[in-house]
Design a protein around this ligand. Structure first.
Ligand code: HEC
Length: 186
């Protein structure tokens, strides 16, 4: 009669945590896949998405590059705050990831809910019809107040923009290029 050799308790614990690790990675991967498909299927036409889907493209201008991919002229991700869990999910994207490829804003689907973003085409920002997604009105933006909104998260009335709008560390040249691009959006 042979009895099975006893497995030392430590080894058993080790293999348990190995399995736990594998299961966690699989769940994590599944989560990413879900995130991508959920986003593609619920995003408005023009396709919003947190996964930096525009990064592989070539860009017509620095402004377009910042808008679509959130990267600078050297391809580095432009530093920004990541307010809220949503902000973190969009930590690698440009403005288009949340405001849409056409800049018109909309409802952004993310795995555990959704949030709304305003129209940031220059024609809208510079009209005095501008309002927050909650309907609260504010005066028209000019280039200085736009730069303050993007860098410091403050609107023309001095009110704080809500998360998940990040605060972006853009150079003056990048800011000018971005504004020129927003002016070209129709
Ligand atoms: C993670 C999502 C996200 C990203 C990325 C993002 N925004 Fe926003 N943005 C928002 C949300 C949400 C609001 C609404 C905040 C509010 O109404 O208080 C907003 C508001 C704004 C506003 C204020 C508009 C208004 O009517 O007051 C401007 C301007 C703006 N974003 C510009 C940009 C620019 C430029 C970029 C890229 C450099 C960008 N955003 C990237 C989510 C985002």
């Amino acid at each position: 009669m042979s009895t099975r050799p006893a497995i030392p308790a430590g080894a058993r614990r080790r293999s348990k945590s190995l399995w736990f690790g594998i299961v966690l990675s699989v769940v994590g991967l599944l989560g990413l896949v879900l995130l991508a498909t959920f986003n593609a299927s619920t995003g408005p036409a023009g396709s919003f998405g947190p996964l930096g889907g525009y990064r592989a493209q070539s860009f017509g201008s620095l402004g377009e590059r910042i808008f679509l991919s959130g990267t600078d002229a050297n391809g580095n991700v432009i530093p920004r705050s990541t307010p809220s869990m949503y902000g973190m999910m969009f930590a690698q994207t440009g403005c288009a990831g949340c405001h849409g490829r056409d800049g018109r804003g909309g409802t952004v689907g993310a795995m555990m809910g959704s949030f709304r973003t305003p129209d940031i085409r220059w024609t809208s920002l510079s009209s005095d019809q501008g309002s927050h997604v909650n309907g609260q009105a504010h005066a028209a933006y000019d280039e200085a107040s736009f730069a303050r909104a993007v860098r410091d998260g403050i609107d023309p009335e001095g009110d704080r923009l809500d998360a998940p709008m990040p605060q972006w560390r853009l150079t003056d040249a990048e800011m000018a290029a971005l504004i020129a691009y927003l002016k070209s959006l129709r």
